[in-house]
Ligand binder design. Sequence first.
Ligand code: ZN
Length: 480
Amino acid sequence: MTYKAVIGLEIHAELNTKTKMYCSCKNSFGDNPNTNICPVCTGLPGALPVINRAAVERAVFAGLAFNCRINKFTRMYRKQYFYPDLPKGYQISQFDMPLCEDGIIYYFSGDELKSAGVKQVHIEEDAGKLIHGGDRTYIDYNRCGVPLIEIVTRPDIYSAIDAQAFLETVRRMLLFLGISDCNMQEGSLRCDVNISVSDTRNSCNSERVEIKNLNTFGGVRRAIEFEIKRQTGLLESGAVISRETRGWDEKRQISVLLRSKEDIEDYRYLPEPDIPAIRIDDRFIDNLRNRLPEFEYQKRIRYTKEYNLSGYDAGLISGNQGLAVFFDKCAKLGANPVECAKLLTGEVLRLENETGISVMESKLKPEDICAVLSALKAGKINHGTAKTITRTLFESGGSAADLLLSPAFSRIDDETYILKTAAETLDENPGALKDYISGKQNARTFLIGQCMRKTKGRANPRVLSRILDGELRKRKAEKE
Ligand SMILES: [Zn+2]
């Protein structure tokens, strides 16, 4: 491979605190423009910011989840630049002493466990929002001062697919920690991507190109794919890649030049004089550390090792918080993990997607799944009935034990009834019968399916198979 791409991400996540980063204005999305503002977040002279403890707490929680070192002494800086959505003329952010440093995030890309280093996680404030309408531009300052964390990775990612998998994992982690809504449509999770492609034949490294403000997973992947191609093309033609900032045009599927990149000196970082240094003690950190949940990649490894689940099933369950809790409960109650996983990733996941209700909010209980699985194992019901009962319980509740006893769901072993069904099915499908007699084997599969349909999937398959074969032989003999 002659050309190699190196990718780093900067992920901005809005924190779901009640109030803003440096004032007591409401932190909420979708309110009327300029209703959640005050002298502090609109940068009026003399207004004094006060740091939001809940935001610091959430940021440290994220840092611990990403295996970072938490800096017990840290401070805020003014990052100075002019833009109409930034009324103060500077953003209060962090610089040389970020809250969290030197972490690592584990993620699965397909079936492979990978990791990427985290350079730092720091806290800062969001800017306002420009709304362009007709020939005018309006400014909504409601978002000004909304607390953010910025997660800066090391350039440890080497493909577009991995970058997408990484970002998806970070989003699920933040949701799981409960510190951000991560609503990409509302802009509460956004991502800048740094890409540099270099020629492995010479040691000279290309300048990195930054693509700003991506807010869909597919956009991140496509922008990286495009940028790798663009930079590779430039290198092949002997051109030099210059350091620049680009935007992603989703409509045209290309990246476009925004500006040649400003240097860090251009921001004239200076310590924020209105906010004292932040000191964090061990107890604060330990309290948060004790609350860390088991993460997706840990669950996925546990499911494949302890329970023998396939990578696919383990991935689906561990990536769905509610389903994972539910699965763990079923396994604890003694359900066969592999069978249970199949039912959850099949029927239950389909129900979640269809209804928009998670299994934890549904009326289905882990005890029910256990009862259904043991009835299935004992041969009292077949897979079709297991799904039907699961669906009924998910939607309407009740008890699996009761449903299993009800005649509507029990297996049909009655041979007279099955013979009658088989005979009827053959009468109703003369074409298939003819095909069978002329030697077409798949006609038999079709007829079995029709009998099952008549009995709503409840016929004992072994008995049905025997009786149908007998009936087919009889009809064949009659014809000859
Ligand atoms: Zn305010």
